[in-house]
Design a protein around this ligand. Structure first.
Ligand code: WT7
Length: 655
């Protein structure tokens, strides 16, 4: 980490907003920072007033640390705010421009989306889904996925979207934990020209999910093309999405819910055990989404907005669905891979649909850099006016490449820091106000109190420490589904009443934040969170593995990759060393099967011992050094117990 800090300290390029951008920006007066600070509640209330409420709140905030309630007494509906309220003025405006990976394009107006959501909401009601019931969504990025989310919101049901790249076991665990009643899925989805057999994976998961009464299936391809095996529908349990829609009435009045009514749960990895369901509620969450979408992305009615995230992640919830749709934007969604059929697919999409706001992740930017600037150069991307980055620290080289090759040195870049738990962006430049520095997420959004704290909770003015949020904010998580103790322990126990982010960061002389990565046992692989423990349990689940330790190692494209050290069971050793390459493949595949491809280790190192501290903690820093080739030099095996012992001694002396 200290190398990283040193590198960042030498970064002194600065990019102030251009006068033309500033002139038209949604917000350009720096005084809004102090104004928001002087009356935080009033600031957020002003944003809440930009939503449509059926009943207005009587109190803005009730804060009993760590429990917050926002806009108490207010009643609203998220789908009403994303759809109905636009119908008068924007009924014929395109809400979604969808591209399937094979090349289909669909344009769906606000009126069409409203009709489908209303119908599907009625369909869900017919299946017995009531307000507060959980509905799992396991889908590719197709318009029906957005319909499914908003239909849940319309009737007060809680959606739990599970990324379509997760394995059947991962899906099963999430459905079981949330006790979802209905699962919405698709026959398949496209990825790099291949069909991902979602329905099959879902079948395997649902076999162990007694809470599921019904499975609704979207036919991804024309009926004639669907292969027999994906069409295996279970009578009484499975039904087609298009039939549900066809049979349903298109009038579905929204269910007015309390501001604090749960909108969704979304599972994310933590330091211990299985992924936890982060709970978000309605009024405060939507308030955070619209405030940040309008100011950070400078969203205007005429923009074509594209956030490349999948709806399986929080970015897809807040910045594909709720933020932009609540503001009546035209949103681009694309189902597939950035390099399909060629490495210029994203630039082709930007040109074809005249995208003006583009929001993606550093891992994607690093891949684009590797593929070369000839790809963006082959396309007219003059429609772009703002770029965003999210998910992990963006290295200054990637930032500069993005600025030059995608932004034509004209578009401001907003590097946005936030988390599944925070619901909305908390640290970011406001593009019409804040000069940017490559690699820095700059400043807290107005109305957000972010600090660097040391171990004991003392404020660090300039320098490194833990990133903490010291006052409540509207879109903050309200808890962990089914685990109130863990909520308190995980986020609010390091310093009582203060939110611990799990990230290390540094603040420079200008008060800018520089994010340095996780300080806990969470690895950020290509912008996705994976717990080291999850991968370790997947590995020891393999019949040959006795013990496993997982660390993050630096990776050119992913930022961080996964390296696993494994101890093979005595009885299995002979078999394992017979064909080490095959054994390594087998273990990697096992992790993919247990969790999903995003957790697949880059490297597996077989060892006969793991270095542990006297108190039994695995010495991860030592393992990282070994995996990255530092501690052992050329020798990359821990086959000799004496080597482990001597390394351990050396490291214990150092620390
Ligand atoms: C973790 C949260 C928030 C949407 C996507 C990820 C890292 C996120 C940045 C950024 C540096 C970042 C942090 C954070 N992170 N954005 N702009 N700069 N780091 O959501 O899966 O909940 O992961 O992602 O480490 O804690 P998530």
């Amino acid at each position: 980490m200290s190398d990283q800090i040193d590198a960042l300290l030498t970064e002194n390029r600065e990019f102030p907003p251009s006068s033309s951008f500033r002139k038209n920006a949604n917000v350009s007066d720096p005084a809004i920072y102090s104004k928001a600070k002087s009356d935080r509640e009033r600031f957020w209330e002003g944003w809440a007033e930009q939503l449509d409420w059926q009943t207005k709140w009587d109190r803005v905030l009730e804060w009993n640390p760590p429990h917050a309630k926002w806009f108490i007494g207010g009643k609203l509906n998220a789908s009403y705010n994303c759809l109905d309220r636009h119908l008068d003025k924007r009924g014929d405006k395109v809400a979604l421009i969808w591209e399937g990976e094979p090349g289909e394009v669909k344009r769906i107006t606000y009126r069409d989306l409203h009709r489908d959501v209303s119908k599907f909401a009625n369909g869900l009601k017919k299946l017995g889904v009531h307000s507060g019931d959980r509905v799992a969504i396991y889908m590719p990025l197709i318009p029906e996925a957005v319909v499914a989310m908003l239909a849940c919101a319309r009737i007060g049901a809680v959606h739990s979207v599970v990324f379509g790249g997760f394995s059947s076991e991962a899906l099963r665990d999430r459905i079981q934990d949330a006790e979802a009643k209905v699962l919405i899925t698709a026959t398949s989805g496209y990825r790099r020209g291949n069909l991902v057999p979602l329905k099959k994976v879902a079948d395997a998961a649902v076999a162990d999910c007694p809470s599921i009464t019904d499975v609704v299936v979207v036919m991804r391809r024309p009926a004639a093309e669907e292969a027999d095996d994906t069409l295996r529908m279970q009578t009484g349990r499975d039904r087609w999405y298009h039939e549900v829609l066809h049979d349903a009435d298109d009038n579905c009045p929204p269910e007015w819910v309390d501001s604090e009514h749960m909108l969704y749960t979304l599972y994310t990895s933590g330091t211990t055990g299985k992924p936890k369901g982060i709970v978000h509620t309605t009024g405060g969450y939507l308030t955070g989404c619209i405030a940040t979408t309008k100011w950070v992305f400078d969203l205007k009615d005429e923009d074509v907005y594209w956030c490349t995230a999948d709806i399986g992640w929080v970015t897809g919830h807040s910045y594909v669905v709720y933020g932009p749709l609540a503001l009546g934007a035209t949103v681009v969604i694309y189902e597939g891979a950035p390099d399909w059929p060629k490495q210029d697919r994203f630039w082709e999409i930007i040109e074809r649909h005249k995208v003006s706001i583009f929001y993606t992740a550093p891992t994607a930017i690093r891949a684009f850099m590797k593929w070369g600037e000839q790809h963006p150069q082959a396309h007219d991307m003059s429609s772009l006016r703002l770029l965003g980055s999210v998910g992990e620290p963006i290295n200054p080289e990637a930032w500069m490449w993005y600025h030059k090759n995608i932004g034509a040195e004209r578009c401001p870049i907003v590097d946005t820091w936030w988390q599944t738990e925070t619901g909305a962006i908390l640290i970011t430049p406001l593009p019409g106000i804040v000069p940017t520095k490559p690699g820095s997420a700059t400043k807290a959004f107005p109305g957000i109190d972010a600090e660097i704290l040391d171990e004991r909770g003392n404020r660090v003015e300039v320098g490194g420490g833990y990133l903490a949020i010291t006052s409540p904010w509207p879109s903050m998580l309200r808890g962990i589904w089914g685990d109130p103790d863990r909520f308190v322990k995980q986020y609010w126990s390091k310093w009582p009443g203060i939110y611990f982010t799990g990230d290390g960061a540094k603040r420079d002389e200008d008060g800018y934040f520089w994010l340095l990565g996780r300080v806990d046992d969470v690895i950020n692989v290509a912008g996705h969170r994976i717990g080291t423990m999850e991968v370790e349990s997947a590995l020891v689940d393999h019949q040959s593995i006795a013990e496993a330790a997982v660390v993050g190692i630096s990776h050119d494209i992913k930022g961080t990759g996964i390296a696993a050290f494994v101890i093979v069971k005595e009885s299995q050793r002979a078999a394992a060393i017979k064909d080490p390459a095959k054994f390594e493949q087998e273990l990697k595949q096992h992790v993919t099967d247990k969790i999903g491809a995003i957790a697949r280790p880059e490297k597996i190192l077989v060892t006969i011992d793991l270095p542990k501290t006297r108190s039994g903690k695995i010495m991860r820093r030592l393992l990282r050094d070994i995996a990255e080739g530092r501690a052992l030099g050329d020798v990359t095996t821990l086959a000799d117990p004496a080597v482990v012992a001597s390394l351990k001694e050396r490291y214990e002396e150092e620390s």
